[in-house]
Design a protein. Structure first.
Ligand code: KG4
Ligand code: ZN
Length: 338
């Protein structure tokens, strides 16, 4: 059987990534160039991010083709994420993808970045079948998305204010732990007691599948202000574990409850926060109790990368859902089919 190779680009935020993946979800290369240049500013500088994408994308493309041992003549389609994200960063990836598609006369497939996080699961478990429920948790998004088929879906729950990742990051900042906060709190929480301090859980009603983290964040702020540095140092693991539990517990409970209520057998976890160890193990244990499977990507594939863009493009490739060359990038938040 002929191998169909997809060359994919991801440049929505501060990581430039280029990958070669075939339509059976086999990854041949998945190169990521991250941008530590932003660290000194305590956040991402959009203009700097765009310029670094421009600097890196050409070199990364050659290197990705080389590592995959293919050349442009072997490529069957070009895939790229076009929203959500920083608009300047998205435009760099899209312009480069368009120019390659045009010059090589290849179909262009555009994907939503958040959807591609979900499809990263297929790179590890290529036999997953819809219907499934996806929990997408990242720095800017917390969404529960039900997929009837691989290209038809609806959002059945979302955060009404802050995202789960943002809550990890802001709390870590309050504790002077550095950025991004999620992995630091995850590491610190190992061996800590999650019931050390009971932070509030919002929207606990059984029929409510939305999330809210602003109250939790305020409670954390008040708590951290109420203790002194010495106490914080002494109980760092217990406090980190309590914060982590307050963030992940509603995610686990609501996701499994929705799946049970609608007889969904498969849950797919995705996004940067899918790397969280308590979320991965808690979701698996709770879902398995009810005969539901919980899938998550490898730790590397939880982060922004272009292989997941190719994975999200595969159902579109199979259905011939190609984009026109006048398509634009847009920064709007959310999981929207494009
Ligand atoms: O998906 P992503 O790489 O970028 C966005 O599109 O936002 O997600 C980044 C987020 C950050 O908020 C980071 O703190 C969080 O994912 N994160 C984690 C862990 N690793 C990354 N949160 C909790 N536990 C982790 N191990
Ligand atoms: Zn992302």
């Amino acid at each position: 059987m002929k191998t169909n190779y997809i060359l994919a680009f991801e440049s929505s935020c501060d990581d430039t990534s280029v990958a070669v993946v075939d339509t059976e979800y086999k990854v041949y290369s998945n190169l990521i160039s991250s941008q530590p240049n932003h660290l000194e500013f305590g956040g991402i500088l959009p203009e700097l991010a765009s310029r670094l994408h421009m600097k890196n994308i050409m070199y990364l493309t050659s290197a990705a083709l080389q590592e995959a041992k293919v050349d442009l003549d072997d490529i069957q389609a070009i895939a790229v994420s076009i929203n959500p994200g920083l608009i300047g960063s998205l435009i760099v990836g899209l312009s480069f993808a368009k120019s390659l598609a045009w010059s090589r006369n290849l179909p262009l497939i555009t994907v939503n970045h958040m959807l591609s996080h979900i499809f990263s699961n297929y790179l590890v478990h290529p036999n997953i079948k819809a219907p499934f429920l996806a929990l997408v948790v990242s720095g800017g998004h917390t969404e529960l998305v039900y997929f009837r088929t691989e290209t038809e879906f609806e959002i059945v729950g979302k955060t009404l204010d802050d995202a789960a990742g943002e809550t990890f990051d802001k709390t870590a900042k309050l504790m002077h732990l550095g950025f991004p906060g999620g992995p630091i709190i995850d590491r610190l929480a190992v061996g800590g007691d999650p019931s050390f301090f009971q932070f509030p859980r919002a929207l606990k009603q059984k029929d409510n599948f939305n999330f809210s983290y602003s109250g939790v964040k305020t409670a954390m702020l008040q708590y951290i202000r109420s203790i002194d540095d010495e106490y914080l140092q002494e109980h760092q693991a217990d406090i980190a574990a309590s914060i982590q539990a307050a963030i992940v517990e509603p995610l686990i409970k609501k996701t499994v409850r929705w799946a049970r209520l609608h007889n969904v057998e498969n849950i797919l976890l995705a996004g940067g926060v899918a790397a969280n160890s308590a979320l991965r193990s808690g979701l698996t244990t709770h879902a398995n109790k009810y005969g539901i499977n919980a899938y998550f990507p490898s730790l590397k594939l939880c982060m922004d990368n272009a292989a997941m863009v190719a994975a999200a493009a595969i159902p579109k490739f199979n259905q011939g859902l190609f984009a026109s060359l006048d398509v634009n990038a847009f920064s709007t938040k959310g999981t929207k089919l494009i």
